[in-house]
Design a protein around this ligand. Structure first.
Ligand SMILES: CC(C)(COP(=O)(O)OP(=O)(O)OC[C@H]1O[C@@H](n2cnc3c(N)ncnc32)[C@H](O)[C@@H]1OP(=O)(O)O)[C@@H](O)C(=O)NCCC(=O)NCCS
Length: 141
């Protein structure tokens, strides 16, 4: 298992993985240009795992100076239950901590039961019952 930082040239391969993984919801921000901008704004925080030159897992991460945010965690079905997601999460959280970010969030869709089960089973993570997320986009205001 080879863990390394995500780079712009990984976009095409990652997009294929995201597209075929239930539980990952793609948005306009997942296109190449905003993806590169995200990596540039959050250097060294998004990581992937390769096996024999093929990407088999990925986790995007960034922070706003106060809280960290994890997105698009996935592991290829053929490589699950081997600790790859755990390795990605631990490495990303260590990198966030090194940048002074002690607390991080992950938003999980109600429509992604496998993802919900994964995060509910993870030690050290608690599901918030006291928060509702409100969102806006510029063109709606
Ligand atoms: C969720 C996902 C990333 C887990 O990847 P993984 O590499 O198999 O996870 P790990 O091997 O690191 O598993 C860590 C632990 O979680 C458990 N686990 C894994 N998948 C689980 C699931 N769906 N539900 C409950 N527990 C799960 C493992 O049994 C393991 O427990 P253990 O430490 O007691 O042995 C993978 O199933 C996936 O890509 N799912 C589809 C995409 C997705 O839903 N992503 C989340 C978006 S927020």
């Amino acid at each position: 298992m080879q863990l390394r930082e995500v780079s712009p040239s990984d976009h095409a391969a990652l997009h294929v993985l995201w597209m075929r993984t239930p539980g990952i919801q793609l948005r306009a921000e997942d296109a190449y240009v905003p993806f590169c901008a995200y990596l540039a704004r959050n250097p060294g925080l998004s990581l992937l795992v390769e096996e024999e030159g093929t990407i088999v897992g990925c986790l995007l991460a960034g922070h706003d100076g106060r809280r960290g945010y994890l997105q698009h965690l996935l592991v290829d079905p053929s490589c699950r239950q081997r600790g790859i997601a755990t390795a990605l999460i631990e490495a990303v959280l260590a990198r966030l901590a090194a940048q002074g970010i002690a607390k991080s969030h992950v938003f999980v869709l109600d429509a992604a039961p496998q993802a919900l089960a994964f995060w509910r089973a993870r030690a050290g993570w608690s599901e918030r019952e006291d928060i509702r997320v409100f969102s806006t986009v510029e063109c709606n205001r």
